[in-house]
Design a protein around this ligand. Structure first.
Ligand SMILES: Nc1ncnc2c1ncn2[C@@H]1O[C@H](COP(=O)(O)OP(=O)(O)OP(=O)(O)O)[C@@H](O)[C@H]1O
Ligand SMILES: [Mg+2]
Length: 440
């Protein structure tokens, strides 16, 4: 049962257009098939029998007339009568003898004719339907000889069936065409909406969508547009606030740095300087976060070049970095933001490890960037926490490797803004593996 439904699912069209066309066309075809079958069964049958009876009746009349008027002169008159009024060409082969072969009917028409002849003529006969293209030849054994009757096919044959089938097929085709055109117009706005939502989710330039089509589609489009508006407003509010706060805090911080610089080397000043430096670093991080998110517009960029550039920059900080790209990837993205995200990950790897491996490749419907290192890694139960802003493992580990704890938070934010995600795992090289997925 499950197998059956599965096969049925595979056979069904997947697109909305295909499905709705099927919904329209299946009952139509079924209806036509049923009516055609009924037509064949009763109408066609009856018509054939009646036509055959008509012909057999005419032949019977001719035979009766010939029997009544056996004179050769009268015979010509009877034949003339048959030709003029019955469309039958009749001739008599005197002394002729029919071969005694059984007749094999081919098809409905012939069977009907044979039945009718048996009923109405009651003499041995043969039917030849092959010698002449548009006629049947009926030969009947009479005492005087063989009576040969040439019957036009159209006297035995109703062409309405063909006309009927032709109309049926013709109208279905026209209906199918019209339905396709209409349905395609109905599906178009849904497809547009899907593309727009997909692009928005991946942080790309929006294709313009306007509410159109059926009421429900219009409703969905309007809901999507207002949702998009709300999300954009929220994002810009957040970035505005973030950059505002960071900016305002900088002024007093600069003043503090200035005062520290002037206060010489008093006791405890060193610690204070470190704290102030750290605060500045955090504010820089905040500002970078805010800037990266808000203003940059997505554009078509070469991810491979981007990675090469970041790697080049990172190599200047020392340490060994291997970069390997499987092919060239060009996709719409915000280059500066993405650069910051990847740079943050590489920066982490460099900070905690000696050797970094970067690999990029296409996986199904996404580009995957792997950043592996041979450092201490992050314990599995902390892999969620490190993405939180200001969360650092080093506090207990090593104060020397100072940072604000914003790097991963910013990177995740940017990658999610591209519709992607970052996962942390164990690297086969012993340290941490950061897997960045960017949908294409
Ligand atoms: N490659 C890594 N190997 C080991 N630990 C890591 C690695 N990357 C991150 N971590 C841990 O995750 C914590 C959070 O990283 P995150 O990048 O968010 O902050 P940070 O590097 O400490 O500061 P920032 O990046 O803002 O300068 C780090 O403090 C570190 O303990
Ligand atoms: Mg970091």
């Amino acid at each position: 049962m499950g197998f059956l439904t599965n096969t049925a699912k595979h056979l069904l069209p997947r697109s909305l257009l295909g499905r709705s066309l099927m919904i329209i066309v299946t009952p139509l075809v079924l209806l036509q098939l049923v009516s055609a079958v009924i037509f064949y069964e009763s109408h066609w049958d009856k018509v054939s029998v009646r036509l055959a009876r008509g012909v057999a009746g005419d032949i019977g009349s001719v035979i009766t007339l010939l029997r009544q008027f056996p004179d050769p002169e009268d015979r010509a008159w009877v034949f003339g009568l048959a030709a003029d009024h019955m469309e039958l060409a009749v001739a008599l082969q005197e002394k002729g003898i029919l071969p005694n072969e059984p007749v094999h009917p081919q098809g409905l028409t012939e069977r009907a004719l044979i039945d009718a002849l048996r009923e109405q003529v009651g003499r041995p006969f043969q039917i030849d339907s092959e010698s002449l293209e548009r006629f049947y030849m009926v030969s009947i054994q009479l005492p005087a000889g063989v009576l040969e009757v040439i019957v036009p096919r159209k006297r035995l044959f109703s062409s309405t069936v063909y006309v009927f089938v032709l109309w049926m097929v013709g109208t279905s085709m026209i209906l199918f065409g019209v339905a396709t055109i209409f349905m395609r117009n109905q599906v178009k706005p849904i497809r547009r909406l899907a593309i727009a939502a997909d692009n928005f989710g991946k942080g790309r330039e929006m294709v313009r969508v306007k509410p159109e089509g059926a009421t429900e589609v219009r409703q969905a489009t309007l809901a999507f547009l207002s949702m998009r508006e709300r999300i954009l407003r929220q994002i810009s509010q957040r970035t505005d606030m973030l950059s505002g706060v960071s900016h305002d805090l900088r002024t007093p911080l600069t003043r503090m740095k200035l005062q520290l610089a002037m206060s010489g080397d008093a006791e405890g000043i060193g610690d204070l300087r470190t704290d102030v430096d750290e605060m500045e670093h955090m504010l820089d991080g905040y500002l970078a976060f805010a800037r990266g998110e808000g203003t940059e517009q997505p554009r078509l960029a070469n991810l491979t070049d981007l990675l090469a550039e970041i790697t080049e920059q990172a190599r200047r900080n020392g340490g060994q970095i291997d970069l390997h790209c499987e092919g060239a990837f060009t996709m719409p993205l915000r280059p500066n933001a993405l650069k910051r995200a990847i740079a943050n990950l590489i920066d982490n790897a460099q900070r905690y490890a000696k050797h970094v491996w970067i690999r990029a490749g296409r996986r199904a419907d996404a580009i995957e960037i792997l950043i592996d290192d041979d450092g201490p890694g992050i314990p599995a139960d902390k892999r969620e926490d490190v993405f939180k802003p200001f969360f650092r493992l080093d506090n207990s580990r090593n104060p020397e490797t100072g940072g604000s704890g914003l790097g991963l938070a910013i990177a995740l934010d940017i990658v999610r803004g591209h519709g992607g995600d970052i996962e942390l795992a164990d690297a086969p090289t012993g340290g941490l593996r950061a897997r960045v997925r960017l949908p294409v």
